[in-house]
Design a protein around this ligand. Structure first.
Ligand code: NDP
Length: 485
């Protein structure tokens, strides 16, 4: 057994074991017999200590100028870049995503940090006209207070950073609970902030199980706001608790993202991007393409091209060169995804490609799976699978495709492939999602652009870009009357 270390909580600037004394062992999903290390397992009491530490650090952090706060983020970006290979390797070993993807995520984390470092130099309010003569009226953005950040395992570097970086630059201390399966990566990301010179207590890491510590993080009297990315079930519980306890909340939840492929599209491009959109990160992205609506006149040709693309995928340990798809993240994901594939078969979808599991070192490998002639009655068309599975459907025309693309509880992202400006603009206006791609794959995010969905895919202000200020600050209106005599 190759046990490398025991990773601890980071509370009030100290690395400390959880009071439970319990540890969680991490195994490599590409080779489940390989132990990666241990993480401490927090109790409610540990979270209370972390919130206390954050509360104690709040005034000092708020008093530091946002320019200087941004300077710490800039240092963190440099350190993250220097350590990108090590952190990416750890993330790959913890959750199976290919090294090229985890490295890309680390570098993206660095650009998110730089973007928000710069935010510290941008305006923090507005001067408004007042009806009273001689009076200055200001609307000033101020920190919300202690932020709880609850993040998933699927983007273990970038998602936490796109919550933590804006929280910090806008003057809020943070208590961060990462996905338990990626706790080692989280400890390494936290160390980056420590080494960048973040004052003690400003960022606190609590490792452990969300089912144990999630409620207290959401309801604690000293937590002002909760930002969450993950499943709809957990998100809805957080929304309920946060509402009952008067907390601000922001939820980024699941997706069932459609691609619409029209007869005037570049079919080579569309087939490549539908397959990439579905299979990148082994389909474990909230923005993954999971349904494609294809005009009947080009359906057969499109199917052929999709299969050709799927055949190019090479499966294996994401640390190896030349691999284009790693395992799914865990046994739990393996069971869930294979369960959905079985449902697809049972409910009568046509299995066009893949559909089987692969035994490589006992890892959690699933073939890229393409279903055809799927219908809206099928489970695989309605539920988020979070695995390398896409369902293709034949439609008569654009109108049917749009109507079906919108026929879902989710509203995260959607793509249309067409050369028609008219249809592209119509889709942009009428697709019921937070993010639209014209001739692009459904995934993808840039630090300067708002990220998030509508309908069941999200609640609260969007993440990233300037939208982050809406969640991580509150507006204070200040009236200044300088003439007192
Ligand atoms: P969860 O929603 O369970 O996990 C996300 C985060 O929430 C983790 O940090 C988790 O901790 C924490 N958590 C778990 N239970 C609670 C709770 N009661 N209160 C507060 N926080 C909690 O997602 P899973 O990792 O279990 O994945 C299940 C499915 O969710 C996936 O198959 C996928 O469909 C969807 N998902 C969507 C994501 C997205 O990007 N929109 C990301 C991840 C998952 P812990 O890890 O300790 O359980």
């Amino acid at each position: 057994m190759n046990v490398v270390a025991n990773y601890l909580n980071f509370i009030g600037g100290e690395w400390v074991s959880a009071s439970s004394g319990e540890t969680h062992e991490h195994f490599n999903p590409a080779k489940p017999s390989e132990s990666i290390g241990f993480t401490t397992v927090s109790t409610v009491g540990d979270v209370e200590k972390a919130v206390e530490a954050a509360k104690s650090a709040a005034a000092g952090w708020k008093a530091m100028s946002s320019v200087n706060r941004g300077e710490i983020l800039r240092k963190a970006a440099d350190i993250l870049e220097e350590r990108a290979d090590d952190i990416a390797k750890t993330a790959t070993q913890e959750m199976g995503k290919r090294f090229i993807e985890t490295k890309g995520e680390a570098l993206r984390g660095a650009s998110i940090l730089r973007y928000y470092a710069q935010e510290g130099m941008r305006k923090k309010g507005e001067v408004l006209p007042s009806a009273a003569n001689g009076t200055t009226l200001l609307a000033v953005r101020v920190p919300v207070g202690v932020v709880a950040a609850i993040t998933p395992w699927n983007f273990p570097i970038a998602i936490p950073i796109w919550k933590i970086a804006p929280a910090l630059v806008f003057g809020n201390p943070v208590v961060w609970k990462p996905g338990q399966e990626t706790g080692i990566t989280a400890a390494k990301v936290t160390k980056v902030f420590e080494d960048a010179g973040l004052p003690a207590g400003v960022l606190n890491l609590v490792l452990g199980r969300g089912s144990v510590v999630g409620d207290v993080l959401t309801t604690h009297k000293d937590v002002a706001a909760v930002t969450f990315t993950g499943s709809n079930a957990v998100g809805q519980n957080i929304a309920k608790l946060a509402t009952e306890h008067g907390k601000k909340f922001q939820l980024e939840l699941g997706g069932k993202n459609p691609a619409v492929v029209l007869e005037d599209a570049n079919l080579d491009l569309a087939a490549r991007l539908v397959v990439e959109g579905a299979m990148k990160q082994t389909g474990q992205r909230c923005t993954a393409t999971s349904r494609a609506y294809v005009e009947a006149s080009i359906y057969d040709e499109f199917v052929e091209k999709v299969i050709e693309n799927a055949k190019q995928i090479t499966i294996g340990d994401g640390l190896q060169d030349g691999i284009t798809m790693g395992p799914v993240a865990s046994k739990k994901q393996f069971d869930t995804v294979t369960g959905y594939i079985q449902k697809g078969k049972d409910e009568g979808a046509e299995l066009l490609y893949g559909g089987s599991t692969l035994d490589i070192d006992g890892g959690y490998y699933i073939e890229p799976t393409i279903f055809g002639n799927a219908t809206h009655e099928m489970t695989i068309v309605n539920e988020e699978i979070f695995g390398p599975v896409v369902a293709l459907m034949k439609v008569a025309d654009y109108n049917e495709a749009l109507e079906k693309a919108n026929n879902t509880i989710y509203g995260l992202s959607a793509a249309v492939f067409t050369d028609s400006l008219e249809k592209a603009f119509h889709f942009m206006e009428n697709s019921e999602v937070g993010m639209v791609q014209i001739n692009g794959e459904t995934g993808g995010a840039e630090p300067q652009a708002p990220f998030g969905g509508t309908k069941a895919s999200g609640q609260g202000p969007k993440e990233q870009g300037q939208s982050a200020a809406e969640f991580f600050t509150t507006n204070k209106t200040v009236t200044i009357n300088p003439f007192t005599k």
